[in-house]
Design a protein around this ligand. Structure first.
Ligand SMILES: [Ca+2]
Ligand SMILES: [Ca+2]
Length: 432
């Protein structure tokens, strides 16, 4: 255990050293109240296929000027507890920029910026394995915020040669039962949260996801699910809300409040309920779903179609219970609709969904991803108010979801992350 005594700040300064603490092959280490700074990897807790750590705890600490704060890509890692930390990367805190693509390329040379931007801080918390909790942290100015390592198929399986699912002797190495909740995540070249490569019971709940140049919610891809995205708020994501690739199966979006377009590239067994989705003019359509399973579903959501969009809803899915497999069958038939009514009548999806607008929220300015003079701004979510206004159509328009909407007030659950009249969640470190 390394714990501050409480009689002053404890600073461990790496003076540019590559790594401060190496806890690989050392279990149940505990850090509390420490400031770590000026190093590439502050706490190194695992290396792929070689060695790693179990039961690592890091609480109430501060990381600054680091490339990676807490890092393991060893599948045998388990039971990390990462709570109430402030983790600050090296990237420009005042300018959002993406790391790839023509859109962000045009900012190269503007105000002294380079493109692609230098990746001097990779990830705040990056881990692999089983049973981790990462909660109440404030993380900003990295390439990605909180990430489940993805280096290919889970150990014990192989995509081509098989077995397609890890054999039982590898079950303890599976990326399962991982919780990311109540974190405040801001200013990323890529993703706020990336669960890519995860298998089962990944719960991403009540996070504030603000200023992600690419997608704040990445599933690239999932390995079966369920992956739960519940009551997260996403604001200023000019590359869109969520990444779904390679047929990402088993992803559930419940009660999220999302202020950018949702486009799912390739998914399966995908279900949306009680979300509000308003656009940032990243793409014309507000809701564009491509899914390989006829039983993917969406209902009881609130949408704000972008003004002037020719088609605001796309639902590309096989008929009935049919399942397509990427690269094997033909892709799902393409269907696009101008209005919520036409979309729900034709597909049977979102029959109980409604239209909402920015004035349904207490204080949320609409952003424009095409406005090059403002798209690089970094917003402070703490001066905004994502709550619903009195009388909003989103109040009581949701459906009860067991273990998600208990305790909602009024006649029914509200749409979005914040039930009207109820206390705000804490995002980031709890005050002591
Ligand atoms: Ca990423
Ligand atoms: Ca309600």
């Amino acid at each position: 255990m390394i714990k501050a005594a409480g009689d002053g700040e404890v600073i461990i300064d790496g003076r540019g050293a590559f790594n401060l603490f190496n806890v690989k092959a050392a279990d149940y280490n505990y850090f509390e109240g420490i400031t770590f700074r000026n190093t590439d990897i502050a706490i190194w807790a695992g290396t792929q296929f070689i060695a790693g750590s179990k039961g690592l705890t890091v609480k109430n600490s501060r990381f600054e000027d680091v490339g990676l704060a807490i890092f393991s890509n060893w599948s045998g890692s388990s039971d990390f507890t990462i709570l109430d930390n402030t983790i600050i990367g090296r990237h420009d805190p005042d300018k959002l920029i993406g790391w790839i693509g023509e859109f962000w390329q045009q900012f190269g040379g503007v105000d002294g910026q380079t493109f692609p931007p230098v990746m001097s801080s990779y990830t705040g918390v990056r881990l692999y394995g089983t049973g981790h909790v990462v909660a109440f942290n404030h993380i900003q100015d990295f390439h990605d915020g909180i990430v489940v390592e993805t280096y290919g198929n889970p150990d014990g399986s192989h995509a081509v040669e098989g077995p397609q699912y890890p054999t039982r002797d590898s079950w303890h190495l599976r990326p399962v039962a991982i919780d990311f909740y109540n974190n405040y995540l801001s200013n990323f070249h890529d993703n706020a949260i990336e669960i890519d490569g995860s298998l089962h019971n990944i719960r991403v709940m009540r996070n504030m996801l603000v200023n992600s140049a690419s997608h704040p919610m990445s599933n690239q891809p999932t390995g079966g699910g369920p992956i739960y995205w519940i009551r997260n708020i996403a604001y200023h994501a000019p590359g869109g809300a969520t990444r779904m690739t390679s047929g990402a199966p088993g992803v559930l979006y419940y009660n999220n409040t999302i202020f950018t377009e949702s486009v799912t590239g390739s998914s399966a067994n995908l279900h949306w309920r009680n979300n509000v989705i308003l656009g940032q003019n990243f793409a014309p359509a507000i809701f564009n779903v491509t899914t390989n399973t006829g039983y993917s579903s969406s209902d009881y959501n609130g949408f704000r179609p972008n003004p002037g969009a020719e088609n605001s809803f796309h639902w590309n899915a096989p008929a009935g219970a049919l399942t397509l497999i990427d690269g094997v069958n033909e892709i799902a038939p393409r269907r696009a609709f101008a209005t919520l009514e036409e979309y729900s009548a034709a597909t049977g999806q979102d029959r109980n969904s409604i239209l909402v607008d920015y004035d349904d929220f207490v204080n949320v300015p609409a952003l424009d991803a095409q406005d090059l003079t403002r798209v690089q701004r970094v917003y402070d979510a703490r001066v905004l108010d994502f709550g619903l206004v009195r009388g909003s159509a989103a109040i009581d328009s949701g459906v009860h979801i067991p273990n998600v909407t208990e305790g909602s007030s009024g006649d029914a659950p509200d749409l979005g992350a914040l039930e009207y009249g109820q206390p705000l969640p804490v995002y980031g470190p709890r005050t002591r």
